[in-house]
Design a protein. Structure first.
Length: 52
């Protein structure tokens, strides 16, 4: 969308940059949480939480 709007209304295209950064950050956060819940990044034989 930024590329399509840029030639016509540059200020509108630039106004989308913070939104793009926020969506990218939220996507990385969501994918990392999902990966941790699936056990991809941790050893499955280790307990996740201690019992103390």
């Amino acid at each position: 969308m930024i590329v399509a709007v840029w030639p016509h209304f540059r200020w509108v295209a630039l106004a989308q940059v913070p939104y793009l950064i926020w969506v990218a950050t939220a996507t990385v956060l969501q994918l990392s949480i999902t990966a941790m819940n699936w056990g991809i990044e941790q050893d499955a034989s280790r307990p996740v939480m201690s019992s103390t």
